[in-house]
Design a protein around this ligand. Structure first.
Ligand code: 6PG
Length: 247
């Protein structure tokens, strides 16, 4: 399915528009399956979106009691570290809305070495999707309602970096990556492409002219592009929220 591209005048505008879109997807998921499974992204771009979602008119439109939060990737740093994707979501969203603690499925990235942590998170996801009706029984991969993603200047997304073996993963849902060339250069845990591509919706948030070249490549030449973000081809809908800097 060709990606839908929604261009906005600023990061503020695209964050509000994305918040509106998330409310609609949440309402639809809860109406159809009783729960909404949302995968949060890391990096700096989603901060404004999370702050918007925690405020009216969006905060009361999302049924947080039936919303389950997951992460697309995490840096292997303590959760109170400013580089922690969990800490970003906690500060800007989770601490401000009434999502039950049992609905928060964080990547325990600070609790051990990356490989066993990745396996542990995969078990968490498998048990969740086996226990709930959220899964799509026809596939052995999780079908999240919505996966939020960003894109780096090198075309990476989640913690799937150019040339990394993690890009070729076909069976596992979650893997560890060394992240040596990333910023910050720390080990990470990330969802794999098959786990992302089973989602009903994938939303990319991208802002800033420094990403124009990589964005144009990813959306215009996905088949030839070596950028990891070009390999995000969900079975459901793919929507880009961008600002004019990328258009
Ligand atoms: C991470 C993110 C990563 C991020 C991009 C874009 O943990 O680093 O998941 O994939 O989305 O690096 O980051 P910015 O939004 O900061 O440009």
């Amino acid at each position: 399915m060709k990606p839908e591209i929604r261009t906005h005048s600023s990061l503020e505008d695209l964050s509000r528009a994305a918040a509106e879109c998330i409310c609609e997807i949440a309402e639809e998921a809860i109406k159809e399956r009783g729960i909404f499974t949302l995968v949060l992204s890391g990096g700096t771009t989603p901060r404004l979106l999370y702050e918007e979602l925690a405020k009216e008119p969006y905060a009361s439109r999302v049924d947080w009691q039936h919303t389950h939060l997951f992460w697309g990737d995490e840096r292997c740093v303590p959760s109170d570290n400013p580089d922690s994707n969990f800490s970003l979501a906690l500060q800007t969203l989770i601490s401000k809305v009434d999502v039950p603690p049992s609905n928060i499925h964080r990547i325990p990235a600070a609790t051990g070495s990356p490989k066993p942590v990745a396996a542990e998170y995969e078990t968490t996801l498998r048990e969740f999707f086996q226990a709930t009706a959220a899964g799509d029984p026809s596939t052995s991969f999780p079908s999240f309602d919505l996966v939020l993603l960003g894109i780096g200047g090198d075309g990476h997304t989640a913690s799937l970096f150019p040339g990394d073996a993690a890009l070729e993963e076909r069976d596992r849902w979650v893997v560890a990556v060394d992240g040596a060339n990333a910023s910050p250069p720390v080990e990470r845990i990330t969802l794999t492409l098959p786990a992302i591509n089973k989602a009903r919706y994938v939303i990319f948030l991208a802002s800033g002219s420094n990403k124009r070249e990589v964005f144009q490549q990813v959306v215009n030449n996905p088949e030839t592009s070596s950028y990891p973000a070009a390999r995000v081809k969900p079975s459901g809908r793919l929507v880009w929220f961008i600002d004019e800097g990328l258009a």
